[in-house]
Design a protein around this ligand. Sequence first.
Ligand SMILES: *Cc1c(COP(=O)(O)O)cnc(C)c1O
Length: 395
Amino acid sequence: MTDRNWKTRTTLVHEGSRRSQYGEMAEAIFLTQGFAYPSAEAAEARFVKAGEDEFIYARYGNPTTRMFEERIAALEGTEDAFATASGMAAVNGALVSMLRAGDHVVSARALFGSCLYILEEILTRFGVEVTFVDGANLDQWRAAVRPGVTKAVFFESMSNPTLELVDIRSVSDIAHAAGALVIVDNVFSTPVFSRAVELGADVVVYSTTKHIDGQGRALGGVICGTTAYIRKTVEPYMKHTGGSMSPFTAWIMLNGMVTLDLRCRAMADSALQVARALEGDARLSRVIFPGLASHPQAALAEAQMGSGGTMVAFEIRGGKEAAFRFMNALEIIKISNNLGDAKSIATHPATTTHQRLPDDQKVALGITPGLIRLSVGLEDAGDLIADLRRGLDAV
Ligand SMILES: *Cc1c(COP(=O)(O)O)cnc(C)c1O
């Protein structure tokens, strides 16, 4: 991590840059699997301990990937970071690298489908016990942790798709009192509005596929944490199991970070305008946006993020048929399932991202047939509101 005390925007433009002997302005893509050693002795020495600017094999690390890791660690406020091939490689790596049979994990129940798969299907297959709780209910977290046995707690700081927040500070306090590591999937909160580490989280994971790329081009992920955790626990697991980020992807993510702050703030401003325009519309039974006073956790959102974020969810009266008519009438907003993209995206969670869930779980998580998840992009907010009205008029 830098000790230069740069503000966020300076960090995002400059942190981690490494220049070759040519002094190139733009970060270079070191599109190479390996590195030639000047001598056999140098190869031996590097395998004993690689220096700060020495690399062995791209699965272990690469100069372009390292630039991205240093930039995101500086933004997140962690000592180090490890870049991964996808967000799921990051979630899997953060958990599996530190757990063994007999350990206990407490997790929020409202999770991205693949995160749920790792916790429910994979960890349990190897003898890790997992307890699921309602993430917003602190009493359930308190009751679930077992001092000395619970090794990690896991949650998404803002849940998908119903935008419910977990109180990072309170859950971290509960977890730390039991001796557990706090691992936060921070995708929906965005790296710009995240204060997870400041609030007590030990490890933050991102799917960089979302806001960090920001233009829907490449899959990627990253695990941020202390030097000891990243280099002694995560790196050995990741480098031997093959989930490292490619240098080309790292270059895309590095460039995404340059505009990350500007983009997230512009998208959050538009999300607030969109949420305000939708709230009170008679064709909707519910508008969910953590930046609206009507959100039950508006005060927590303000304290934890200082923003409502870039996602809006709303429920159209008339169920699936009405929701589909709405989506099919949209002209600017695309029907897809990514988020954090410059292009606004509408998703129908019940039939796509959360299709696999049994009906009773959908009900429990608030994933109703009329629910739409909207990722607000960089288009003009007025144009987006007009597009949403066009959709609602078709209902
Ligand atoms: C997208 C997403 C992931 C998975 O990331 P990939 O890059 O698609 O592997 C994990 N968690 C959350 C909250 C996500 O939105």
